[in-house]
Design a protein around this ligand. Structure first.
Ligand SMILES: Nc1nc2c(c(=O)[nH]1)N[C@H]1C(S)=C(S)[C@@H](COP(=O)(O)OP(=O)(O)OC[C@H]3O[C@@H](n4cnc5c(=O)[nH]c(N)nc54)[C@H](O)[C@@H]3O)O[C@H]1N2
Ligand SMILES: Nc1nc2c(c(=O)[nH]1)N[C@H]1C(S)=C(S)[C@@H](COP(=O)(O)OP(=O)(O)OC[C@H]3O[C@@H](n4cnc5c(=O)[nH]c(N)nc54)[C@H](O)[C@@H]3O)O[C@H]1N2
Ligand SMILES: [Mo]
Length: 677
């Protein structure tokens, strides 16, 4: 996106036609984003809670001292792990890296995790298991255009990633097939070749049904399976039990459609499978993704141009945010924190004894759920997430946040989470500071600063630098004194050298010259790696691994008391927890309040009137939405967006059941009751 700052200081955004990914396309949230820069509600001074419980303006000195004293008091009373850090996938690579270092070196805590646990973690874990590496798309996004059959699972690209819709449109225009798997006939599904309208939570059954047909009808690539993979025999045995009639009963998709979908994929020269949150945000999210990866592998598609498997990464820096150490089990460069070689390397880069580096901490929801309890975190620093709105079982999380001894939130606005804090620090926004992000293709890009932050506001890097220098143990403070984002990036390069996500050969200059550099890029001479897996997989055997995945029911299923499925997700005009977009006039006028999508027959059955309010109730709580009657949704399912808080919060309803491997919550399926308000 290109920004221009006019003489009166107003900022205008436009698409950049020379940019290889968006090719000039800009989402409505992009061109309306400048409104948040000079917004009247923007925070421009730190806030501190006073003796009467009010948040009042304070100087930076007072606010930072309150944090330092609070953190030290909690550490003295409960130990180092009692201080927690919660980050986000919208942070630049430099911030994500420094946040991880801040937690491990300055605070010495194992408890750091981030909102990517709610977003990317199931696909990430599946990619690592199957291919030995997790890079959202292992190929450039332009490959989509040349695929002749794409299976798009649980992604509503037309509303959530409008700038890349052009690749799907070009693919269709070339005669390619697009198959969309979604319980709703979403905007994306409405324009597809086939819409597979499955029961929420039945993705693994569908994948196994497709595998069954592919194997039965001889549409698999035996040579590829023999030469490049392992584990196929288990998949063959398991999928034999998923004959299409049985899969129809579980998924609600007609047998003939399952067969047709399998044939479209099996007969394609360049089949591609893409997943997003629909299949991933489930208590068997990792299994779901592995089962879809199996399809790509039996077709021999992974590693071939314009074919294979990819995950459509969500947030602005969803990819880079999961590589550099803000995950509880991770060190920079996508290294494991329990790997002795990784620890030794980081101990050297950070100039600390290896023994002082903490081990793995709690995952996002588990950390939040234990706030203020015996053995849990007592002081929490949140930077880049609005957990009161975006966490599952949000009323529980709000209670847990209130039980903390110290809550610090760094944000540009008084988000619902910031409103509960003891100290709020105002930070700079995207246009006001430079830094790198890694996009869904693994391309590291540079966002240059276009303007200065308003008076009174500091950047996240300055805030972490200042706190790190004071809170770090004797002699370690110097490790937090960075003159610029580029200086942080230079250390990040070294920290990632030799790791899976190796940035050692990437510099700001090289990114500028090449319009982005794909990792891994291990040396200055290396041009970067746009395509992975052409010859081998980075697993110990060099082969990709198939996994036999049995379909399991979601953690909660409809019953007499809660007779419907509730699924949640996004709408075009709102972003995430809404902190930014609910403050943007144009967007608010497009989506002023949340609605619940209900099939007209279901609405009649429960006595609901379109346009009136309805109460949704689950085992966690209740929330109110306006009824939108639409035959685009299954009769047994209702859908609500999660962008609002308070009485309109979808997350007061959602089930915090976690995937056992990725610890991803089941945002996409729970049992619900609906009645008119
Ligand atoms: N407008 C807008 N765009 C965004 C965002 C935003 O908040 N607003 N957020 C960004 C972020 S962080 C992310 S992660 C991405 C997410 O991008 P998407 O994954 O495309 O978004 P969602 O709406 O969460 O879910 C996609 C679809 O999954 C379907 N679904 C629900 N249950 C199931 C199920 O059981 N199985 C299957 N197969 N599908 C199911 C939903 O009906 C929905 O249409 O969007 C990014 N872009
Ligand atoms: N029910 C349901 N819940 C969901 C989902 C779902 O599909 N259904 N999706 C989940 C997913 S995929 C995601 S990604 C999460 C997202 O939800 P959140 O983790 O809440 O993410 P954001 O709304 O982007 O919150 C970011 C907050 O940090 C601030 N912020 C943004 N950038 C920066 C920065 O650079 N620095 C600082 N200091 N602050 C910043 C913003 O103003 C905002 O208040 O929600 C999850 N929750
Ligand atoms: Mo996300």
């Amino acid at each position: 996106m290109a920004l221009t700052v006019a003489d009166d200081g107003s900022v205008h955004a436009a698409g950049d036609p020379t940019w290889p990914v968006s090719r000039g396309a800009l989402c409505i949230k992009g061109w309306s984003a400048p409104e948040t820069l000079a917004h009247p509600e923007r925070l421009t001074t730190p806030l501190v809670r006073d003796g009467e419980g009010r948040l009042v303006a304070a100087t930076w000195e007072v606010a930072l001292a309150r944090i330092v004293d609070g953190v030290r008091a909690v550490q003295a009373k409960h130990g180092r792990d009692a201080v927690g850090v919660f980050g986000g996938g919208s942070l630049t690579n430099e911030k994500a890296y420094l946040l991880g270092k801040f937690a491990r070196v300055a605070l010495g805590t194992s408890n750091i995790d981030y909102n990517g646990r709610f977003c990317m973690s199931s696909a990430a874990a599946a990619g690592a298991r199957a291919f030995g590496i997790d890079r959202g798309l292992p190929f450039p996004v332009s490959d989509l255009e040349h695929s002749d059959a794409i299976l798009l699972v649980g992604a509503n690209v037309a509303e959530t990633m409008p700038p890349i819709m052009q690749y799907f449109e070009a693919q269709r225009a070339r005669g390619g097939a697009l198959l969309v798997v979604d319980p709703r006939r979403s905007t994306t599904a409405a324009g597809a070749t086939m819409h597979l309208q499955l029961t929420p939570g039945s993705d693994a059954a569908l994948a196994n049904g497709i595998l069954h047909v592919l194997i039965r009808d001889g549409l698999i690539d035996e040579h590829y399976l023999r030469d490049r993979t392992e584990g196929f025999e288990d998949v063959r045995a398991l999928s034999a039990g998923y004959w299409p009639e049985r899969v129809e009963r579980v998924t609600g998709i007609r047998e003939a459609d399952i067969v047709r979908a399998a044939r479209l994929l099996g007969e394609a020269k360049r089949p591609m499978i893409l997943t997003a949150r629909g299949a991933e945000q489930q208590s068997q999210g990792v299994g779901n993704v592995l089962a879809f990866i199996d399809i790509a592998l039996v077709l021999g598609a992974v590693g071939k141009p314009s074919a294979g498997y990819g995950c459509l990464t969500g947030q602005g820096n969803g990819q880079g945010g999961r590589e550099h150490g803000q995950k509880c089990d991770q060190l920079p460069g996508y290294r494991r924190i329990d790997d002795p070689a990784a620890r030794a390397h980081l101990a050297k880069v950070w100039n600390v004894p290896e023994i002082e580096l903490p081990g793995a901490g709690r995952s996002a929801y588990e950390m939040l759920d234990a706030l203020g309890t015996e053995g849990g975190v007592q002081a929490l620093i949140v930077l880049g997430s609005n957990v009161v709105v975006s966490s599952p079982d949000a009323a529980n999380i709000e209670r847990r946040l209130r039980a903390l001894e110290l809550l610090v939130v760094v944000d540009f606005f008084l988000s619902e989470t910031a409103a509960l804090a003891d100290v709020v620090l105002p930070s700079a926004q995207w246009a006001e500071e430079g830094g790198t992000m890694t996009n869904l293709e693994g391309r590291v890009i540079l966002r240059e600063a276009a303007m200065k932050p308003p008076a009174g506001v500091r950047t996240d890097l300055e805030i972490l630098g200042a706190l790190g220098q004071v809170l770090a143990p004797e002699g370690r403070g110097a490790g937090f004194a960075f003159a610029s984002p580029e200086a942080v990036f230079e250390e990040l390069r070294w920290a990632t050298a030799g790791g899976i996500a190796d940035y050692a050969g990437i510099s700001y200059e090289k990114i500028r010259a090449q319009k982005g550099v794909f990792w891994p890029c291990p040396s200055d001479e290396h041009a970067g790696t746009p395509r992975l897996f052409a010859e081998r997989f980075p697993t110990p055997s060099g082969r990709a691994r198939l996994h036999a995945i049995s379909h399991l029911s979601p953690a909660e299923e409809p019953d007499d008391e809660y007779p419907l499925y509730l699924t949640t997700g996004r709408v075009l005009a709102q972003y995430q927890s809404g902190t930014q977009t609910r403050r943007t006039k144009k967007l608010l006028s497009l989506a002023p309040e949340p609605f619940v999508e209900v099939h007209p027959a279901t609405a009649r059955h429960f006595g609901l009137v379109a346009g009136e309010r309805a109460v949704l109730t689950t085992r966690r709580g209740a929330a109110v939405f306006r009824v939108r009657a639409t035959d685009t949704i299954r009769r047994d399912t209702i859908f609500a967006p999660f962008h609002w808080g308070g009485a309109q919060s979808a997350n007061r309803l959602t089930n915090p059941a976690l995937d056992p491997v990725s610890r991803m919550p089941e945002f996409k399926v729970c049992a619900v009751r609906i009645s008119s308000a």
